[in-house]
Structures are given as structure tokens and as C-alpha cells.
Design a binder for this molecule. Structure first.
Ligand SMILES: [Zn+2]
Length: 462
């Protein structure tokens, strides 16, 4: 009789025999930098040369479909139907990565060649997201080979444009809504709260970028001849910014604050470790007063100035500059009136006598915020399976502090979203020296094998 033990043994063997590393090596070798890929064909290699064997082994019927948005990378979709009576799980992953930054890695490491140093595996995409979805696919494989079926149906979506904002994913989900019909999304991306404790998050924060510009005249004017009688855009802009957030980072526009930090969300957040990072000291008095660091990070909005410019600081001249510009960002949780962010900012600036500060925004949200409810039955089910396997309480957060195209699944496909990250905060995702510890990959593979096993229907109880 096939057992969970056998499936776990099979997964463990993937590490012992080096098969996991071999597969990850081949995925990392396919360069999939979506920002700098000028040919869509380069990205499609990840489907045809990277994932196709693994997906065929899983008996998934796949299709590469054109992106509804012209000249954006195609999607890989797929399906494995075992029984109309079974539940259907949707899995998602992205094969693209941020740029390689070849020159900036530790000596002797090339981002497209997997390298193991001190029990850590280095390579671009190891954490974000190749290693993470490989774990899930191989865990499914162990269950399938042991049980001879999964005990649930499977739908898959892979994309090659997540790092450039998932162009077309929203439209794809609309177009293929019937095809993707599922009971739940279970996917993996982002970091765990703590490296050694499994984490579930239920959605993501959103992000809205916009520019503020003060522009008075053409060309700079000598500060000796004109200083004191010409308005200085840098001074005006910095005062305008100071009305948006105070000197301790607290947001000063009431309509920018979320209404979603409810008692049950607070309760969940207060179960998390109080220390946000062992490596980086956070600034206790920064942000919204009265909130814990976890509440600020996962339950509240934050305003940032991503870039600031007036004149050329490398080649300064004694002159009143003609203009000043700031690139700003609001990160927000659900329960924020996102379609009023820009109009409330306009009202706020006008009220504070800054009608000369122009807001440049395509009014497009870069990422929507979304999350699945804490009372969702799938959360209860997955959480209890993970806890039983782990042997203790796991970490559950309402959403990732960062952003993901989660709203495509919650809002378009209308399914609950359960994210189980297999990375950790210090993985250097989006930076040189991206890596994951081998033990974290191995533990995650066993965790997911156990999860899929327990979500599936076995012969004797069907
Ligand atoms: Zn990323």
C-alpha cells in the first residue's frame, strides 16, 4: 500500500540523489530577465526547455497561449483532471527574473550557473521564483508517483512577466475564467516571516507610484543675480512633501489610511515574532504611531520617496533651478480607497497652498491590494495540515508586505488564495547573490509533499 511515508521518502531522495539540484540548475541556466529580454522567444524557452518535462511527468496537458497584451510574453496554462468529484487546485509561478547584475555577485559566482557555497544555493531565480515553483512541482510529482494519482484536479498558470508587472495576466484570467475554474490557489513566492517556521500569507499589498513636479521656468538662473526674488522649486517641493508625511514617516492625508486593520487582523499579527529581522535593525519610532512593527508592515499603508531631483548634485552650479521632481509611492493594504488616492492628494496639496505642485500619474495602480479572508475554510484546512506536520503553530499573515498579482485570482477567478513562501528575507532577491539555504528547500519540499498528500483523496476514503 502506498503511504505518505513513501511519498516523503521519494521527495527526500530527490536531494540525496542530486536530482533537485540538477533540475534547478537547468532552470537557472535559462536566462529569463524579463526587463531586458528583447525577444519573447528567449522567455518561452523556459516553458519549452525548462518546465515541459516536469509538467509532462505530472500528466498535465499544457498550452502556450499568446499574451492578450501585444508583444508581452506568452503564458503557459495547463490542466490535469482526475475526477469531477475532486477539488481543483490552481498553481501559479513566474519563470522570469529581475536583471542578472552579472558584475556585482561575489567573486566566482555567475548568476546563471547554480553554485553551492556553505550549504547555500546561489543563482538568479533560485528564490524568486524558479526554486519555489520547482519545489511545488516536484512535491506534486512525489505524491503522484506514490499514490498513482493526486487525489485532486490541477490547473496551472505560469507567466514570464511578473517582474515587469504581470502584463496581460488580468486579461488572461478574464478570458480563461472557465478554464481556470478552481477551488483554491496554492502558490509560493516571497519570504517566510522566520526562516525555520512555515508561513502562510493570504494576499499582498498594492502599490501606486506617481510623480510630483514643480516647474517654474526654463533654464537655471544665477543665484547671485536672482536669489531672493525667484521662487525655488526645491524648497517648494520639499515643503509640499512635508505635508504628505511628517518627519517620522506618519501619513498626514486621512483619506490615504486603510480601514482594514480590524481586531482579528491585529490578533493574528500579534502572534508573529516581534523582531522583524535578525540582520537589519528597524526604526522603532518610524511610521504610524501606536502600531506594532508587524501592524505597520502587514496591516497599514506606507509612503515613500523613491527618488528626488533638482539640479545636478554631481555638477552643482550657483543657480536657482527651474524645476524639482519627486518620484513617490504609496504601498497600501486592502481597505484603502485606491481610486481616491490621487484626487485626495490634489485636494490636500491645494488646501496647503501647493497648487503649483503638479501630480503626474497615469492613474493606473501598479499593483492592486487583495487578500483572502482569515475565516476562509481553505486557510483552516491548509494551516492545520502544515501545523500538524511542523509540530507547532505556523505564521499566518493577512498579506505579504510586498506586491503580487494576487487580485487576478481573488477578483477575477474569485477563488481564495493561499501562499506558502519557501524563501527567507535575507535571500537577496532582486539583488546580487540571490540564494536559498539547501535545508530550507529540502524542508519546503517535504512540507509541500505532506500538504498535497493530505489535500488529495486516497482510494480508501473515496
Ligand atoms: Zn521578484
Amino acid at each position: 500500500m502506498s503511504t505518505l511515508e513513501q511519498a516523503l521518502k521519494r521527495s527526500n531522495k530527490l536531494f540525496v540523489d542530486g536530482i533537485f539540484i540538477e533540475k534547478l540548475t537547468s532552470l537557472v541556466k535559462i536566462v529569463t530577465d524579463s526587463k531586458n529580454s528583447h525577444r519573447v522567444e528567449d522567455l518561452v524557452d523556459y516553458y519549452t526547455k525548462g518546465l515541459s518535462n516536469i509538467l509532462a511527468d505530472l500528466g498535465i496537458q499544457t498550452d502556450i497561449v499568446d499574451n492578450p497584451i501585444k508583444s508581452s510574453p506568452p503564458f503557459l496554462i495547463g490542466s490535469r483532471m482526475e475526477s469531477p468529484e475532486f477539488k481543483t487546485i490552481l498553481i501559479y509561478g513566474h519563470g522570469d527574473t529581475v536583471p542578472l547584475q552579472v558584475e556585482e555577485w561575489h567573486e566566482g559566482i555567475s548568476p546563471s550557473e547554480l553554485k553551492i557555497i556553505d550549504d547555500k544555493i546561489y543563482g538568479r531565480g533560485v528564490a524568486d521564483n524558479k526554486g519555489q515553483h520547482l519545489i511545488n512541482l516536484l512535491a506534486l510529482h512525489s505524491v503522484l508517483k506514490t499514490r498513482k494519482k493526486l487525489g485532486f484536479n490541477l490547473k496551472i498558470i505560469f507567466e514570464m512577466g511578473e517582474e515587469i508587472g504581470s502584463p496581460g495576466l488580468f486579461e488572461l484570467c478574464q478570458e480563461y475564467k472557465d478554464y481556470f475554474k478552481s477551488d483554491v490557489l496554492i502558490a509560493s513566492d516571497g519570504p517566510r516571516v522566520a526562516i525555520d517556521v512555515p508561513t502562510i500569507f493570504l494576499g499582498s499589498r498594492g502599490a501606486l507610484n506617481f510623480e510630483l513636479e514643480v516647474k517654474y521656468r526654463v533654464g537655471a538662473h544665477h543665484s547671485g543675480n536672482w536669489g531672493g526674488v525667484l521662487k525655488d522649486p526645491g524648497i517648494r517641493l520639499s515643503h509640499a512633501l512635508s505635508t504628505i508625511a511628517d518627519k517620522n514617516g506618519k501619513i498626514l492625508i486621512d483619506n490615504w489610511k486603510p480601514t482594514s486593520l480590524t481586531a482579528d487582523i491585529k490578533e493574528r499579527l500579534n502572534l508573529l515574532p516581534a523582531i522583524i529581522s535578525e540582520v537589519l535593525d528597524i526604526d522603532e519610532n518610524w511610521g504610524e504611531p501606536g502600531l506594532s512593527p508587524n501592524e505597520k508592515l502587514f496591516g497599514w499603508n506606507s509612503f515613500s520617496i523613491l527618488a528626488l531631483k533638482s539640479g545636478d548634485i554631481d555638477v552643482p552650479v550657483n543657480a536657482i533651478q527651474p524645476s524639482a521632481k519627486a518620484l513617490c509611492q504609496l504601498r497600501f493594504v486592502v481597505g484603502t480607497k485606491t481610486n481616491e488616492v490621487i484626487s485626495s492628494l490634489r485636494d490636500h496639496l491645494d488646501k496647503h497652498d501647493f497648487s503649483d505642485v503638479k501630480i503626474i500619474s497615469e492613474n493606473a495602480i501598479n499593483f492592486e491590494a487583495s487578500r483572502t479572508d482569515l475565516n476562509n475554510i481553505w486557510l483552516q484546512k491548509v494551516e492545520s495540515i502544515l501545523e500538524e506536520f511542523y509540530g507547532d503553530k505556523i505564521h499566518v499573515i493577512p498579506n505579504l508586505a510586498g506586491s503580487l498579482p494576487n487580485n487576478c485570482f481573488t477578483d477575477i477567478l474569485e477563488i481564495p488564495t493561499i501562499w506558502i513562501p519557501h524563501s527567507y528575507k535575507e535571500c537577496s532577491q532582486h539583488a546580487p547573490n540571490e540564494h536559498l539555504p539547501i535545508d530550507l528547500l529540502k524542508d519546503s519540499l517535504l512540507l509541500m509533499t505532506n500538504l498535497y498528500w493530505n489535500l488529495g483523496v486516497s482510494d480508501h476514503n473515496h
